[in-house]
Design a protein around this ligand. Structure first.
Ligand SMILES: CC(C)(COP(=O)(O)OP(=O)(O)OC[C@H]1O[C@@H](n2cnc3c(N)ncnc32)[C@H](O)[C@@H]1OP(=O)(O)O)[C@@H](O)C(=O)NCCC(=O)NCCS
Length: 221
């Protein structure tokens, strides 16, 4: 039985390397069941991500019940949150939403200027991405890093990607562009007309002074 409070969602470290095999089995078995394509990952690769602190693990006691990791591409200009998996016994309880949020926050922290993207056929992932501010895009908006697309070679739909010269496939591309969210962050900063407070740390003192000046002009402060 699943008790939400017992599941810890944390940034992985080398103490979690023992779960790397379990992660790969969960990913592989789920792909077989769904009959969908999947980019294969080796336990060594997953272990490396854990050691580097570029993965999120969900742990219940001594059992790994969820996972996702970060990869960066094109000189860190793009970041992908990949390999999302939740143990079948723990599904439909909101665990993927929490893992997605955690891996997204970790990506923003490690790569604040990178565009974050994902390619998926899954409705759940599309929904979760949308909640985080991703929008659907064509593959031309994603990284052109050869190594990223090479990861699709293990997918059974790879021939479709190749036939379309990497322009499209069965997956939907989704992108979070931090530039597009900057103005939204700024608009909700430092007591805006809607009365919301902004986390000041996202603004430089110069920017705050300018905002205050503008607000004074329209008699709001
Ligand atoms: C997809 C997966 C990660 C979802 O995990 P989960 O913990 O059950 O998801 P959550 O409980 O956090 O649900 C998040 C949202 O997705 C929806 N959802 C979950 N599974 C779904 C599915 N199979 N189809 C459609 N929507 C789904 C939920 O209803 C929820 O939306 P709501 O709050 O609006 O109702 C899990 O089923 C899984 O590991 N599948 C196999 C691997 C996989 O598909 N990974 C994604 C590769 S891109």
């Amino acid at each position: 039985m699943y008790f939400e409070k017992m599941v810890e969602i944390i940034v992985a470290n080398k103490s979690h390397v023992k779960y790397a095999e379990a992660v790969c089995s969960l990913i592989y078995e789920s792909a077989l069941k769904r009959g969908t394509g999947i980019a294969k990952r080796s336990p060594e690769y997953v272990a490396k991500k854990m050691e580097e602190g570029k993965a999120i693990v969900a742990i219940d006691g001594d059992r790994l019940v969820g996972f996702s990791y970060i990869e960066s591409w094109q000189h860190k200009r793009f970041v992908a949150n990949s390999g999302l998996i939740v143990d079948p016994d723990y599904r439909n309880t909101g665990l993927a939403r929490k893992i997605k949020r955690a891996v997204f926050d970790l990506s923003r922290k490690l790569y604040p200027d990178a565009k974050i993207f994902s390619i998926t056929t899954g409705l759940a992932v599309m929904k979760l991405n949308s909640e985080l501010g991703y929008v659907p895009v064509t593959f031309s908006e994603l990284t052109d890093d050869h190594d990223f697309w090479k990861g699709c070679e293990g997918c059974r739909n790879y021939y479709i990607l190749q036939e379309n010269n990497r322009r499209m496939c069965l997956c939907t591309g989704m992108l979070y562009d931090p530039e597009k969210h900057k103005s939204a962050e700024e608009n909700t900063a430092v007591g805006n007309p809607a009365g919301e407070m902004i986390p000041e740390k996202v603004l430089s003192p110069k920017r705050i002074a300018r905002l205050r000046k503008n607000l004074r002009k329209i008699h709001l402060v």
